[in-house]
Design a protein around this ligand. Structure first.
Ligand SMILES: *Cc1c(COP(=O)(O)O)cnc(C)c1O
Length: 219
């Protein structure tokens, strides 16, 4: 199957899942995760109409996206991997959204850089729903206070929450927890669901899904 075909299949599965969950058409957006793939693999996906992409490393994204952006100005780029504060300036300059705000230090660094650069990115707080030691994200019980801190102390425009459920667990309870926390925070956006579980995530209220290998192939 060609990449265009895989993209259109993912999009139709998203539309089917919206219907099955009684959600309005286009309630769910697609972030096409292009990490590890080069510009030549990404171009056909852009040509097929996809505009929103996700990358998990700042340096890798810097190497390929400026050129792709010159070719197609209306692209939207999301950082979906952990951010170090020494990369905050580069991330704020390159990305339109950062989905991985996960600690006070990063929130402060991103806030300072957005002021310095005069940019206003869309931001998500990452929640470590499985409390996995190796995974980034705020603990579920700290999420409401952290979002309040970001809004109140830093004036950050946090749009929603993001999670990556533990790989070996049923993702449903993690998606349900993220939806509950977002409601407690008064946030409308939920970034959850990947190639293996995006239909489940949509059933639990995802407003965007991050799909890589189902579009680009195995990494
Ligand atoms: C790689 C990645 C994805 C996409 O994973 P696939 O299983 O290839 O769809 C989604 N979210 C994050 C945070 C990722 O790092």
């Amino acid at each position: 199957m060609e990449v265009e075909e895989r993209l259109s299949e993912v999009l139709s599965r998203i539309r089917e899942s919206e219907k099955a969950a009684n959600r309005p058409e286009h309630a769910v957006g697609l972030v096409a995760v292009s990490k590890t793939f080069g510009a030549e693999a990404i171009r056909p996906v852009i040509a097929a109409g996809q505009r929103v992409f996700g990358e998990n490393r700042v340096q890798e994204a810097q190497a390929k996206w400026p050129e792709l952006r010159n070719e197609t100005p209306d692209l939207e780029l999301h950082l979906i991997g952990p951010l170090q504060s020494n990369k905050a300036a580069d991330a704020v300059a390159l990305f339109d959204a950062i989905e991985t705000i996960d600690r006070e230090k990063i929130a402060r660094a991103v806030s300072a850089e957005m002021k310095r650069q005069g940019r206003n990115l869309r931001l998500y707080v990452q929640v470590n729903t499985g409390l996995e030691p190796q995974k980034a994200g705020v603990a579920p019980e700290e999420t409401v206070a952290f979002v309040r801190f970001c809004h109140g102390e830093l004036g950050l425009n946090i749009e929603g929450l993001m999670c990556i459920p533990p790989i070996e667990e049923n993702p449903g309870p993690h998606f349900a927890l993220l939806a509950k926390l977002a409601a407690q925070c008064g946030l409308a956006k939920l970034s959850m669901g990947m190639s293996g579980d995006f239909e489940t995530a949509i059933a639990f209220g995802a407003t965007s899904v991050r799909v890589g290998s189902a579009i680009f192939g195995a990494r």
